[in-house]
Write a protein that binds this ligand. Structure first.
Ligand SMILES: Cc1cc2nc3c(=O)[nH]c(=O)nc-3n(C[C@H](O)[C@H](O)[C@H](O)COP(=O)(O)OP(=O)(O)OC[C@H]3O[C@@H](n4cnc5c(N)ncnc54)[C@H](O)[C@@H]3O)c2cc1C
Length: 547
């Protein structure tokens, strides 16, 4: 190894686990310029998920639960990209391309895996299409808009059954996130309904489905039951020992065949392991990465894992850690200390964490809490929870904003404006001027293109001989499908001959389209095959030039 080369620590994931690892590393490595810390995350912010249910009701401002990672870890090199591949044997990470279609490779000496979990509705018919997840800021905003849209529609609808379907909200999952989302939605919808002249708040139905025998299983049974009584007092229907079996656009289907007519089914059921991590050649427990007591992977020294994606035994209790923000933060700090100990050759410390407080919100300024063994419920528990979150919210400016919002919401009515935000388009239109390169041979295949106007030329590089022109294409023809269908890099460069207007479809949408329409798939397979053969033929015939 080059003596001047800096040690590269790479952290994958910018949630509580990843960001707290980076923050602690910055503290421990202050003044040490021989180490480079890189954090790769899809977003450039840390999202404080515990405040997510309050975003639905608008009791927390849109930007309040998000904190810029660059502010939290100024010494860390943040790459806002999607991680696409992890190669533990060769110590290389590949991230998605950005505006240009070249992926980026990052070599590491030490790695921290903190990618969290994913919501996966596969396996339950109709959930993928009609279930609403609750994990990201986009999910909360989407849900808020959906609720307001349903209220607008219910205000117009004459048919009583349809009105009831529009005004029924079903939440599956009786853990902290499901219960607090149910409470917030219930409080918000009933209060907002008062502003609609043709809706009686008593028409609103909110149902919480839970597979266990008491809600909030992380708390004691009596606190769970108390939480249930509080929800029921505010007209939530709590259905215990009830499993969701599927959904359509018009109802939630329960195990046993019962149907609850609804247009809003939210699922906070346990999340799935991250697909990038399930593919790794290391030990896993139900898809979560198994670490030793120092949070390091036993088969890959120098690789650590923290947060929801890791299966970690708390050395204090001897039990696996639950997937909570508090555990992820503590694990991040511990992994950072052990990582520094690893390259300094000092002793590592095992992960032992005492949980002093457990608390859950129930909407309508009510909650339940257990702090140092003492149980609280109702308004006091809600106040304690609010104070606790506030203290844990990173940065003073966010604390002040949330606190201001908190006090204003005590005296001001809740907002009922819809935020019309477009969801990202899988199909878009693009324009290029003459002589521009749309993609290059060897690039990552991310989109397929249909020419609406203008002409392009498709060219290939012939080793030692330069460029061969394969063909020109005009309106109504498509290109770029070969790399997507064969899952390989681009085999040619595409350049515009005139100014060109294109319809472009991203990989996921294109593959879903061809995979579900066998005749279309056949046409594209055949076209790809012919083009591949023609390419080989032309590159094998050095003197030939084709137009
Ligand atoms: C609605 C809700 C309410 C909750 N309430 C509480 C609570 O009250 N108290 C509590 O303690 N816990 C709560 N939790 C749980 C807590 O938020 C999680 O345990 C915690 O966020 C886990 O942190 P993490 O870093 O492991 O994962 P995450 O916070 O999920 O972070 C993972 C990060 O990795 C990034 N990522 C994933 N895949 C890629 C990829 N391929 N490329 C680039 N980046 C990627 C994600 O964008 C994300 O930033 C709640 C969770 C939810 C969903």
């Amino acid at each position: 190894m080059n003596a001047n080369r800096r040690t590269n620590i790479v952290i994958l994931g910018g949630g509580f686990g990843g960001v707290y690892t980076a923050m602690e590393l910055e503290k421990l490595l202050k003044g040490d310029n021989t180490v480079e810390i890189t954090l790769v995350n899809r977003e450039n912010y840390l999202f404080f998920q515990p405040l997510l249910p309050e975003m639905i009701s608008g009791r927390t401002g849109i930007l309040d639960p998000i904190i810029a990672i660059r502010r939290l870890c100024p010494r860390t090199n943040l790459l806002t990209r999607e991680v696409e591949a992890i190669d533990l044997d060769n110590k290389v990470i590949t991230t998605s391309p950005g505006f240009w279609p070249q992926p980026r490779r990052i070599e590491y000496d030490y790695l921290v895996l903190a990618l969290g979990t994913v919501m996966n509705f596969a396996g339950m018919p109709g959930l993928q299409e009609h279930g609403l997840p609750l994990k990201t800021m986009g999910d909360a905003l989407f849900l808020r808009n959906r609720i307001l849209h349903l209220l607008e529609e219910a205000n117009i609808e004459e048919d009583l059954d349809r009105r009831q379907t529009l005004l029924t909200f079903v939440v599956a999952g009786g853990g902290f996130s499901g219960v607090s989302a149910t409470g917030e939605i219930n409080g918000y919808v009933r209060q907002a309904a008062k502003s609609y002249r043709r809706i009686n708040p008593n028409e609103v139905r909110v149902v919480l489905l839970h597979t266990g025998s008491h809600i909030l299983p992380a708390l004691s049974e009596d606190l769970g039951n108390l939480g249930q009584q509080i929800l029921e007092r505010y007209k939530v229907e709590v259905r215990l020992n009830t499993r969701l079996a599927g959904a359509t656009g018009d109802y939630a289907l329960l195990d046993g065949g019962e149907r609850i007519p609804t247009k809003t089914l939210i699922s906070t059921a346990p999340a799935d392991p991250h697909p990038l991590l399930t593919a790794l050649p290391c030990l896993k427990e139900k898809g979560r990465i198994v670490t030793n007591e120092f949070l390091e992977l036993p088969e890959f020294p120098g690789v650590w894992s923290v947060g929801d994606c890791a299966c970690i035994i708390n050395q204090k209790s001897g039990q696996p850690c639950p997937p909570t923000a508090l555990h992820a933060m503590a694990q991040g700090r511990c992994a950072a200390a052990n990582l520094v100990a690893a390259f300094r050759g000092t002793p590592k410390r095992p992960f032992a964490f005492t949980v002093r407080a457990k608390m859950g919100g129930l909407g309508r300024r009510k909650g339940v809490a257990e702090i140092l063994g003492i149980k609280f419920s109702g308004y006091l528990a809600w106040l304690l929870q609010g104070f606790f979150y506030l203290m844990r919210l990173p940065t003073l400016d966010r604390q002040l904003r949330v606190m201001a919002e908190f006090f204003l919401n005590m005296i001001l009515p809740l907002d009922i404006v819809q935020l019309k935000i477009a969801r990202s388009a899988s199909i878009s239109q693009e324009h290029f001027g003459p002589g521009e390169v749309i993609f290059k041979q060897g690039d990552h295949g991310d989109r397929v293109y249909i020419i609406m106007k203008g002409e392009v030329e498709i060219v290939g590089e012939q080793p030692g001989k330069g460029e061969v022109i394969f063909r020109t294409q005009g309106p109504g023809e498509c290109f770029g499908e070969l790399a997507l269908i064969s899952n390989a890099p681009r085999t040619a460069t595409v350049r515009t001959l005139t100014s060109v207007n294109l319809l472009s479809m991203e990989r996921g949408a294109f593959m879903a389209f061809v995979d579900h329409l066998p005749p279309v798939r056949k046409i594209f397979d055949q076209m790809a095959q012919e083009r591949l053969e023609r390419t080989k033929e032309l590159l094998g015939a050095p003197d030939q030039e084709v137009r």
